[in-house]
Design a protein around this ligand. Structure first.
Ligand code: FES
Length: 193
């Protein structure tokens, strides 16, 4: 067991974005530690664990699972309350058109109402959407309510990864299986499904 632990590499996952939301003070947290499985286990698609308790409200981080980016966002109550303001702009607000593991559980689309966990791969042609949490006019949307914008062809997603109508991407960002044990998030495994 000890030997197995030693083979695990403790890696630092850089924050892809760290932005205060709606004027919230933001104390920079430069890195979040994740404990990745061995290379062999990784190749087999092993789960990735990380402690999300140090994330700031409104912050987005990125980790790799199965060599693909996964976005995690920690929401404020205010930002979640604002989700209803964009519903009419969304193509599939209830994720009826995709297979979603935690559909209807929380507005965050995850197992935890405070965090969203979603694929960081644009559902159009696979680029990486960027996180823009600010509620302010943007070049791509004069009434931007915060969320993700894909720079490749202009697809827009809200802060929980739901796609807008009239953009190239045709479906919401996918939600991987995950679970929370306290503040420890495991991506790629859920003992309940
Ligand atoms: S790949 Fe994202 S909009 Fe085309």
């Amino acid at each position: 067991m000890q030997k197995k632990d030693k083979t695990r590499r403790k890696v630092l996952i850089g924050l892809t974005s760290a932005v205060g939301l709606s004027g919230l003070p933001f104390a920079a947290t430069p890195f979040i530690a994740a404990w990745n499985p061995s290379a062999k286990a990784k190749a087999a698609g092993a789960a990735v664990k990380l402690d999300v308790s140090k994330m700031q409200y409104g912050q987005q981080i990125q980790v790799a699972w199965r060599k693909q980016p996964v976005f995690i966002v920690r929401h404020t109550e205010k930002s979640l309350a604002g989700l209803s303001n964009v519903t009419s702009k969304l193509l599939d607000p209830n994720s009826d058109q995709i297979s979603e593991p935690y559909k209807g559980l929380h507005s965050s689309r995850s197992k935890n109402p405070e965090y969203s966990v979603m694929s960081g791969v644009c559902t159009h042609l696979g680029c990486a959407p960027k996180y823009f949490p600010e509620l302010e006019p943007k070049p791509w949307d004069a009434t931007w309510s915060g969320g993700f914008f894909c720079p490749c062809h202009g697809s827009m997603f809200d802060i929980v990864g739901r796609v807008y109508k009239g953009v190239p991407a045709a479906s919401n960002l996918l939600v991987p299986p995950h679970m929370f044990e306290g503040s420890i998030l495991t991506i790629g495994e859920d003992k309940e499904i």
